[in-house]
Design a protein around this ligand. Structure first.
Ligand code: HEM
Length: 402
């Protein structure tokens, strides 16, 4: 049976409290067919075991184009600039392209390499708090949760942090889409692509020891990275560095403010920060739904046929609030012992930036609670606005006082 947007997963009101919808779908319709956009239906999967199984199953693929016949490929419309930015990176490809692309950057993101950034991340965090401390209030997103991860990723890549408002506009425009690609989005993507090509030209002339320069050298070296792959890789790293950790820090802070006994426990014992961040990842779902996958053959699940070519989406928040896997899943419990949450995905596309996101989250929230112990919300939590879009879950603004 088909339902048409009975649940609008992209709407800000849905984002404010998604737990009941996931609970309903897990119990009544674990494979839920719905309309993502005009002429595009998909299956939403919400149970922990199913989500995990799909993420580990190579029959669910990322590169939809590989399912087309030569004839269909010839008839396909010329891909938009947005599509080109999105489709040549590791998150959009399958083995063996995926392994080749991921291997080029995996060393930079190992827990050991990331640990080497600890002092710098602490310094950026302290600088941001120095700037607001005397004011007694801030918009926690613009003043703290956003600039922190953005400064870190810009420094890792070797791109000017002054350009961050441009990236923010471009990447918000591309990610906040709720329907088919719009004209405005395509314009923003064109500007973003032009910026990235210019960046590559600059690094060609004046190489440094940062990640973009390293990748430019690989591309120069010939057949291991094409120009499209290079641009798409930098795009992915910028967007992932801009759009995710900001949500962990901001929604994580909100969750603690709404659970004062948990917040006091963490303030009393700062060593709980590591398990607290895992719980906040599970509970706040910075990436609420995994990126789209396609069935590469007919696949049966729970007695239902998922025909070859169909789109499948996995709800990471649905999996992480499954009472079959987590006791009292809608409770926030910073000392929770079950640690196998799926907030970073699973399988070959498991988040490359997980060690970085964890460290940034630990330092940001740990330092915030230590330096601004009187932190509280300004206004009513009911009035907070959430951003639209399918994949991410994050607040528009978070006004606080301290
Ligand atoms: C709290 C912060 C973050 C969360 C919750 C998160 C979550 C995720 C998830 C769920 C995926 C898999 C998506 C799927 O399979 O459909 C993913 C992939 C990825 N993430 Fe993150 N991410 C975070 C931060 C970061 C950061 C800071 C970076 C690095 C700059 C990053 C880089 C990537 C990359 C490159 C991939 C693609 C990996 C692949 O395809 O092999 N992420 N992330």
């Amino acid at each position: 049976m088909s339902h048409y947007t009975m649940h609008d997963f992209t709407s800000p009101t849905f984002k404010a409290n998604p737990f009941p919808a996931w609970e309903e779908l897990r119990t009544t319709e674990p494979l839920y067919r719905f309309s993502v956009a005009e002429k595009l239906e998909a299956w939403m999967v919400t149970r922990y075991d199913d989500v995990q199984a799909i993420l580990k199953d190579s029959r669910f693929i990322k590169n939809q184009e590989s399912l087309l016949s030569e004839e269909q490929k010839a008839q396909a419309p010329t891909p938009s600039v947005t599509m080109n930015l999105l489709r040549y990176n590791m998150l959009a490809t399958d083995t063996p392209d995926h392994s080749r692309l991921r291997r080029l950057v995996s060393k930079t993101f190992t827990p050991r390499m990331i640990e080497g950034l600890r002092d710098r991340i602490q310094q950026i965090t302290d600088d941001l708090l120095d700037q607001v401390e005397k004011r007694g209030e801030m918009n926690l997103i613009n003043d703290f949760a956003f600039p922190l991860p953005v400064t870190v990723i810009c420094e890792m890549l070797g791109i000017p942090v002054e350009d961050r408002e441009k990236f923010r506009e471009w990447s918000n425009a591309i990610l906040d889409q709720t329907g088919p690609f719009e004209e405005r989005q395509e314009r923003e993507a064109e500007e973003f692509a032009a910026y990235l090509r210019q960046l590559v030209a600059i690094k060609n002339e004046r190489p440094d020891d940062r990640l973009v320069s390293q990748l430019v050298r690989v591309e120069e070296g010939g057949d291991r990275l094409s120009e499209n792959e290079l641009i798409s890789m930098i795009f992915l790293l910028i967007v992932a560095g801009h759009e995710t950790t900001v949500n962990l820090i901001a929604s994580g802070t909100l969750a603690l403010l709404q659970h004062p006994e948990q917040m006091r426990q963490l303030q009393a014992d700062p060593s709980l920060i590591v398990s607290a961040i895992e719980e906040l990842l599970r509970y706040t779902a910075p990436v609420i739904i995994g990126t789209g996958r396609w069935a590469s053959e007919d696949i049966e699940m729970h007695g239902t046929l998922i025909p070859k070519g169909d789109m499948v989406l996995v709800s990471l928040m649905g999996a992480n609030s499954d009472s079959g896997h987590f006791a009292a899943p809608t409770d926030l419990n910073i000392t929770r012992e079950e640690k196998e949450h799926l907030a970073f995905g699973k399988g070959i596309h498991f988040c490359l930036g997980a060690p970085l996101a964890r460290l940034e989250g630990q330092i940001a929230i740990g330092t915030l609670l230590r330096r601004l112990p009187a932190l509280h919300l300004r206004g009513d939590a009911q009035d907070l606005k959430w951003r639209p879009g399918l994949i991410l879950r994050g607040l528009q603004e978070l006004p606080v006082e301290f």
